[in-house]
Ligand binder design. Structure first.
Ligand code: PLP
Length: 444
């Protein structure tokens, strides 16, 4: 039967996912696919977790939906408390939403309104970075810089958004010491502030570890604290977009808490994906005290934030996210993220064929957010032809799903569920390496 769904691809045919257990997705044609990227770094608890589904059912039976213009709910209040506890005192409020893009839109609007309340309505500009991805709605698309996704819409994207270089030491400054490379990037930010007029900048938005476009590229070690200092010196806010890299994906609850990323919190932070672990669509903006105080002082109480979405704070989503957070904590899953992430990287390093390193291939990332970058391996057999999409398709045929990063790199992202076992890591690597071998043989 022809599908009546308007799929992203009009030509691909998609197998039906009919079930899931642990790290595996079950398809209608009887296959069990090892979820090597948790979809797009979403399903951090894997599939079919009975505690999460029980929490969803219990909440649905008790109270499914009550509009946030009139009501709050116990799971929403409890979830906000848990998030504050996990944030080292960095935030004092949480705004609930449904998707990462919605969270980014809201963070940008909060930043704008913060300045209006402070009597600086001229602060209308946002600075993002090349090859970052912040979502697909028009504001989020404007803030990010994922060229293929922006191209068609560029003429209708707001001219208030500007971009500076990405932070990708291994690709853009391999011959420079990290500190020298970082100095250049911070100087570029400073120059951009002055070019645009520092008094016109509302906020800077960055992914602490760039995900979808580049494949788990962490910021250099003092980049984030220095950027925050620069923003504050010029009166602008800093927003971390942790929709993909947050919620434990890199081994700490927030990516900025990782010792390699500087340990400094932003003014506003977006989270999503792993928050609901795919059991429910839920995202949020975490709000720092300074921003909250400004809203308290400047706003007309009843109409503090001039924004809102019908399904924000949905009680079933909050109940799911609360169950996810409790399981991650109780089962000490972040320790497993660190252990299995290290095993994944070590195994890949040991088993990738010599031609991989000879052609400039590399492995990067933190925790269970690890990327195999093929470097120039795709050029090895004549015409320049990226490998990632072909290898991902073949890996799927071999029984594992992995994520393709092909915007500005030729790379495969691994982001398996936090519950993955040693044996499953080895199965995942085996499927990937078999796939790479098949593709290289076809090309050779
Ligand atoms: N921000 C980042 C860093 C993302 O990786 C994504 C999605 O991949 C988004 C925002 C948008 O999230 P969503 O697809 O849930 O709207």
């Amino acid at each position: 039967m022809t599908s009546k769904i308007f799929h992203r691809s009009l030509t691909a045919s998609y197998p039906s996912a009919i079930g899931g257990q642990g790290c595996y997705v079950v398809t209608g044609d009887g296959r069990q696919i090892l979820d090597g990227s948790s979809g797009a770094a979403v399903s951090c608890l894997g599939h079919g977790n009975p505690e999460v589904t029980d929490a969803i059912v219990a909440q649905a039976q008790a109270m499914s939906f009550a509009h946030t213009s009139f009501f709050t709910s116990d799971p929403a209040e409890e979830l906000a408390k848990v998030m504050m506890e996990k944030s080292d005192g960095a935030f004092c409020r949480m705004m609930l939403l449904c998707s990462g893009s919605e969270a980014v839109e809201s963070a940008l609007k909060l930043a704008r309104q913060y300045h209006v309340y402070r009597g600086q309505p001229q602060r209308i500009k946002i600075i993002g970075r090349m090859h970052s991805y912040h979502g697909n709605t028009l504001g989020a698309l404007a803030a990010g810089n994922n060229p293929p996704r922006r191209k068609t819409y560029a003429p209708i994207l707001s001219p208030s958004f500007h971009h500076v270089s990405r932070c990708f030491h291994a690709a853009d400054g391999p011959d420079l010491e990290e500190q020298v490379y970082e100095d250049q990037l911070i100087a570029e930010f400073e120059a951009k502030f002055h070019e645009l007029g520092p008094e016109t900048i509302a906020a800077v938005i960055v992914e602490p570890v760039v995900g979808a476009t580049l494949g788990s590229v962490p910021a250099t070690s003092t980049y984030l604290p220095r950027l925050k200092e620069l923003c504050h010196r010029h009166g602008a806010l800093i927003i971390f977009d942790e929709v993909m890299c947050g919620m434990g994906r890199v081994g700490t609850y927030h990516a900025w808490q990782h010792e390699k990323l500087g340990g400094v919190a932003p003014d506003l932070q977006t989270i999503g994906k792993g928050l609901g672990a795919g059991y429910q669509p839920i995202s949020a903006v975490l709000i720092g005290q300074g921003v909250y105080d400004t809203f308290q002082a400047g706003a007309d109480g009843a109409q503090a934030f001039l924004s809102g979405h019908t399904y924000q704070g949905h009680a079933i989503g909050c109940a799911a996210a609360l169950a996810v957070a409790r399981i991650v904590h109780r089962d000490q899953l972040l320790a497993n993220v660190v252990r299995m992430g290290d095993l994944l990287e070590t195994t890949l390093r040991q088993q990738l064929p010599p031609i991989f390193t000879e052609r400039g291939g590399s492995i990067r990332g933190l925790g269970l957010f690890r990327t195999v970058d093929f470097g120039h391996l795709g050029d090895a057999f004549g015409a320049k032809a990226p490998l990632a999409a072909q290898v991902a398709a073949e890996t799927l045929a071999q029984g594992a799903a992995v994520y393709t990063c092909s915007v500005a790199v030729d790379a495969i992202l691994f982001a398996p569920p936090y519950i993955i076992t040693r044996a499953e890591i080895l199965t995942l690597v085996r499927a990937f390496l078999r796939a790479l071998d098949v593709v290289l043989q076809q090309r050779g």
